[in-house]
Design a protein around this ligand. Structure first.
Ligand SMILES: Nc1ncnc2c1ncn2[C@@H]1O[C@H](COP(=O)(O)OP(=O)(O)OP(=O)(O)O)[C@@H](O)[C@H]1O
Length: 298
């Protein structure tokens, strides 16, 4: 059984199709990256999954059923616009939120302290939320999302406001959850931020699903589209490629559908450039997005 499935869901606001006929599914023990540029329709998709807004067509199934109170208790949802009661103590806030999900307050307190320890905030448990820095607040929000041991966690922009150390800490925590057979959906416009963690990808652009499936399969499919060159001299303009970035002796080139690596090599040799390395590289998700959408990500 899938943890979450959407079957052809669409959302229209006014004359704008915000999400267009989107189908996806996720199994237990997998992480899915819901990725795409700003305004692609990711948050709208998550809100439909969570039954906060209704799709205009199509349906969502959570654990094989339409959303209901029991299913809600098995999900941890961290929305983009977050909020905790600023005047409340962190530990009290966490216990309260866990009790809303049906958790025994004594068990919730123990679990809250364990998780606060894990994210390095146990010494702050008795502080008020308003006394935390922005990044610390984000970590507490994350704890509140996973405290009731949900089977599915849906997290909008998981790394917003976190420094690199805490990004790594949160990534490790998420991978640990996956190893416990939990499922996660991570939504972000910073596509490369989640790519090393994801088993599956759903890439949206202007409400359309432009890429979907197993991440390794996708990367292999696009492998021959990206070149890396180490060079000396002035990097020449290239014709018939989707994108070129060249600086400090290193160039990153994304081919378009009809140009081959050999075509580019010929152009470079003809230009007289000194080439130290010429390699077909594994593309990043951002590269793949550029080669699909034909423009730069924001
Ligand atoms: N309630 C609404 N009424 C009208 N338009 C809306 C509404 N909610 C979202 N939109 C529009 O839908 C589009 C997609 O928004 P959404 O928040 O789903 O994008 P997103 O992919 O999550 O973007 P971001 O990465 O910037 O958070 C945007 O153009 C937004 O303005």
């Amino acid at each position: 059984m899938y943890v979450v499935e959407t079957h052809g869901i669409s959302k229209i606001y006014g004359c704008n199709v915000i999400v267009d006929n989107l189908s996806l599914s996720l199994e237990q023990g997998q992480i899915m990256g819901l990725i795409g540029p700003n305004g692609a329709g990711k948050t709208t998709t998550l809100r439909m999954m969570m039954d906060i807004i209704k799709p205009d067509s199509g349906k969502v199934l959570i654990l094989g059923e339409q959303m209901n109170a029991d299913a809600q208790n098995h999900i941890g949802y961290l929305p983009e616009e977050r909020g905790l009661y600023r005047k409340q103590k962190i530990i009290d806030s966490l216990v309260y939120l866990a009790s809303l999900k049906g958790m025994n307050p004594v068990v919730a307190r123990t679990r809250a302290m364990e998780l606060l320890e894990k994210v390095g905030l146990s010494a702050h448990a008795e502080k008020k939320v308003e006394q935390l820095s922005h990044g610390m607040g984000q970590l507490v929000q994350l704890v509140s999302t996973i405290i009731h041991d949900p089977v599915l966690m849906i997290i909008d922009e998981p790394f917003n406001g976190l420094d690199p150390v805490n990004v790594q800490l949160v990534k490790d925590l998420m991978l640990e959850l996956r190893s416990q057979n939990k499922s996660l959906i991570l939504s972000t416009h910073r596509m490369n931020e989640v790519e090393e963690m994801c088993d599956r990808i759903c890439m949206l652009n202007k409400g359309q699903q432009v890429l979907y499936g197993n991440l390794l399969d996708i990367k292999n499919r696009y492998r021959s589209n990206t070149l890396e060159v180490d060079y000396e001299g002035e990097f020449p303009p290239l014709s018939n490629v989707s994108d070129t970035k060249a600086a400090n002796g290193k160039a990153h080139i994304i081919l378009n559908g009809s140009t081959t690596a050999q075509d580019v090599l010929v152009q470079l040799v003809k230009s007289g450039l000194v080439i130290h390395r010429f390699e077909i590289a594994t593309p990043t998700l951002n590269d793949i997005f550029i080669s699909i959408a034909g423009k730069k990500n924001v």
